[in-house]
Structures are given as structure tokens and as C-alpha cells.
Design a protein around this ligand. Structure first.
Ligand SMILES: C[S@@+](CC[C@H](N)C(=O)[O-])C[C@H]1O[C@@H](n2cnc3c(N)ncnc32)[C@H](O)[C@@H]1O
Length: 286
């Protein structure tokens, strides 16, 4: 594969089709509803989150998905788990998850509209063997972690996937979309500290980096609009010079647009309560 970039200069000389840009920017966008943008993925070192999780969930386990989205991952896991619960605070996502459930026919899975950070304590304590989030609301600090651990049985497993600091770094410089690049502490370390301070014995702490190639700037823009919509960021105008400034240095020899997809995985085991208080998993602060 030849992915060497043809230009590193940042100028705005590249000719873009403004009508096409206008059409894409004016279309309806949402996290799941922007129409799937075409992308080629170089995932040679990336096991894929779903595939990784499938191998971790065993029969007899009760599973909690925190921020289940359209339920895609959770429904896949339901094939190997005993039963499970997916929660999300976006009603549109829960509707999609329920549609997926009807199609899938799994009888051991339930979805519920719930803001986990606000109302996660309503879940029965110590009732899940495996809790996970794929870029959902927990991992970034002590509160969400404590709510998740409360729902998890002692000895149960917690898996958090979060956006990494290099995620979409190509567009972050130009469009300034809330990438946590200037944090004093990286996302992975933040999650690791929050877990360790709240009674999790860490077993995985990994940076997962993948390259994604869009056939052209228009396909990339389609994808990026869904992210801007999701993060509440403003869209550029069709004649915004940053679109050309983005396209030029990130184009490969074949004309594809190369981007970086960076997530971190931090996961471990909830330490059972011991006399003396160590590893209580519920009361410490970060
Ligand atoms: C990246 S998506 C999850 C993707 C999903 N696992 C899939 O299979 O497609 C992250 C989800 O977290 C949800 N979320 C964000 N904050 C939340 C909160 N406070 N409580 C519950 N869900 C939340 C979002 O609505 C979104 O659906």
C-alpha cells in the first residue's frame, strides 16, 4: 500500500467542488444517520473492539452496556452472554436499539433510556459480571467509574474504550473540534487513575491506532459532519478555506484522504471488598 502523502505544505490552492460541499453540508446529519461514508480501514494491528469483547464475554455472564447507541455491539455480545442491559441517554439511539432487537430476536437483552451519570444508581447494585462502554460516558473521571462499579459484582470486569488524544488529529488543528490534546494528562492515564483509585485491578491499558482512508474529501466530509453534529460543533461554510487546507496535506498519492482513529482501552477487575477498606470499589474520590 502506498500511503505517502503528496504534500505537507498547508496552502489552500486545491480546487474543490463548492456545489458538492454545499450539498453535503446542507444534508441531514446525526451520529448514525448521515449515511455510511465510504472508508478503507488499515486495521492491521487493531483487533476491533467488538471482536475483542466477544472473546471476553462468556456464557452465564450478565452484561451491562453503558452508552449502548444503536445496540450493534451489545446485540452481537448477546449471542454469548446469559442476559444483558443496554442503557443510553439518547432516545433516538434507544429506538434504533429496540428496532435492532426486534430484528435480532434476542430474548435475553433489554434496552433502557437512562442518563447513566445522573441515574445510573437506579441499577441494581452488584448485579452485572461484565460492564463496558464504547466511547460512552465513563472512563474520564471518578463519578462515572463509581456508578459503573456499584452495578458490577465483586470480581466482575469493567472495560472502557475512550477517544484518544490523537483521534482525528488531522482536522483538530484546523477545525479545533474538542480534542483533548492539550490536557496535562492523557486520556489513557486519566482512566487508569480513575480505575485504580476506585478499586479496579488494571489488566489492559492500550492505545489502539488505526488509519482510515476516505476516497476523497467529499466522502470524508460526509463522515465528519456526523461527528460535528454529535459533538455540537458548528459546520464550516462551503467556501471555508480550511476545507482545502485540510484536503491538501492529508491526501495520499492515490488521492485518498488519510485520517487517524485513536481510541484507548482501559480495563480491569473489580477488587472484592477487603477488611481494612482497600479496594472497596465504591467510596474513594479522584
Ligand atoms: C460511540 S456511541 C456507542 C456505540 C455503540 N456501542 C454501538 O455499538 O454503535 C456512545 C454512546 O454513549 C451515549 N451516551 C453519552 N453520554 C451518556 C450518558 N450520560 N448516559 C448514557 N449514555 C450516554 C451516546 O448517546 C452514544 O450513543
Amino acid at each position: 500500500m502506498s500511503a505517502r502523502r503528496i504534500g505537507r505544505r498547508v496552502s489552500a490552492n486545491m480546487e474543490l467542488d463548492r456545489d458538492r460541499l454545499r450539498e453535503i453540508l446542507a444534508a441531514e446529519h446525526s451520529f448514525y444517520g448521515s449515511g455510511r461514508a465510504i472508508a478503507r480501514i488499515d486495521d492491521r494491528f487493531n483487533p476491533g473492539t467488538r471482536d475483542f469483547l466477544v472473546g471476553r464475554v462468556k456464557s452465564g455472564m450478565r452484561v451491562l452496556d453503558i452508552g449502548c447507541g444503536n445496540g450493534g455491539t451489545f446485540l452481537r455480545l448477546s449471542e454469548s452472554s446469559e442476559s444483558g442491559f443496554g442503557v443510553d441517554n439518547d432516545p433516538a439511539h434507544i429506538c434504533m436499539a429496540e428496532d435492532g432487537l426486534r430484528e435480532n430476536g434476542a430474548a435475553n437483552v433489554e434496552f433502557r433510556l437512562l442518563d447513566f451519570l445522573e441515574d445510573g444508581d437506579a441499577l441494581e447494585p452488584e448485579s452485572f459480571d461484565f460492564a463496558f462502554t464504547e466511547r460512552g460516558p465513563i472512563g474520564y473521571g471518578g463519578h462515572g467509574m463509581r456508578v459503573a462499579l456499584r452495578a458490577l459484582k465483586p470480581g466482575g470486569t469493567l472495560f472502557c474504550e475512550m477517544f484518544g488524544n490523537l483521534h482525528h488529529q488531522e482536522q483538530a488543528d484546523l477545525f479545533g473540534v474538542n480534542q483533548p490534546r492539550y490536557q496535562m494528562i492523557r486520556t489513557l492515564e486519566k482512566a487508569r487513575v480513575a480505575m485504580e483509585r476506585n478499586g479496579v485491578d488494571i489488566r489492559v491499558a492500550a492505545d489502539i491506532l488505526q488509519k482510515r482512508y476516505y476516497p476523497d474529501i467529499y466522502e470524508w466530509l460526509k463522515f465528519q459532519c456526523s461527528i460535528w453534529m454529535w459533538t455540537g460543533s458548528s459546520f464550516p461554510a462551503p467556501d471555508d478555506v480550511r476545507l482545502a487546507m485540510f484536503a491538501e496535506p492529508n491526501a495520499t498519492e492515490s488521492g485518498e484522504i488519510e485520517t487517524t482513529h485513536h481510541v484507548v482501552w482501559v480495563a480491569g477487575v473489580k477488587i472484592p471488598m477487603r477488611s481494612g477498606g482497600a479496594g472497596s470499589g465504591g467510596s474513594r474520590r479522584t
